[in-house]
Design a protein. Structure first.
Length: 225
């Protein structure tokens, strides 16, 4: 369970993540604010992938893959950050204020949607993922739902911050190696790059000042020439 010191992200953590996300969005498209990409559509797709990693099929044996489920949560967070930034025309200060307000809610929170009220504390992780999918499809951002999913996945805000920075590095790595052009290889030596990222993260310290650089170099050493 998260401890009392990590029930809220720090303003510094939020500012860092928003700055990194803005930089990534600019790398993909310098005019990303004007382009107004459908970031919540991406949330729908990533949430569906999270449901797959959780397992939901009653007609076959499935095992919950928590490491990959956590990575999907991080992917979802990238697009939530982008959507909130977009709604504030790229203003990181205003986006940070909105995030702080939403992150302070608890599982006692009720979510009104489609003429129904959902008490987060009474929902399973799978049901929360379904609710997040539905809200995103309806163009709604509810940080309390995301935070509840994050906690159910055994993560606190410090964990989210460390993993977000890691995945941000992977996203830069992808762009630097032809992701947008279609030449990037997502599967190396029989494993997806997300799996390689999880393995590399266990060998490095997320509190190191050189963590992003060290992580990038570790991925580079594994990537096929």
């Amino acid at each position: 369970m998260p401890d009392a010191t990590t029930l809220m992200p720090s303003p510094q953590q939020l500012n860092t993540m928003l700055s990194l996300q803005s930089a990534m969005n600019r790398k993909v498209d310098p005019d990303w604010v004007q382009a107004a990409y459908p970031y919540l559509r991406a949330v729908v797709v990533e949430a569906a992938e999270a449901i797959e990693h959780h397992g939901w099929k009653w007609w076959k044996k499935q095992s919950l893959d928590m490491a990959q489920l956590q990575m999907e949560v991080i992917d979802i967070w990238h697009f939530i950050l982008s959507e909130i930034l977009l709604r504030h025309q790229g203003n990181e200060t205003l986006a940070s204020t909105q995030l702080l307000e939403g992150a302070g809610t608890t599982d006692d929170n009720d979510i009104a949607f489609d003429n129904q009220s959902y008490r987060l504390a009474s929902l399973t992780l799978l049901e929360k993922l379904e609710l997040l999918t539905a809200l995103a499809a309806a163009r709604r951002v509810e940080i309390s739902v995301f935070a509840s999913i994050m906690r159910d996945c055994g993560m606190n805000w410090d964990d989210l911050f460390a993993q977000y920075v890691s995945k941000n590095v992977l996203n830069f790595f992808r762009q630097d190696h032809g992701y947008k052009e279609g030449s990037y290889q997502k599967i190396w030596h029989g494993k997806e790059d997300n799996e390689h990222l999880v393995e590399v993260m266990t060998t490095l310290s997320a509190t190191s000042d050189t963590y992003p650089t060290d992580l990038y170099q570790a991925l580079l050493q594994r990537y096929p020439a």
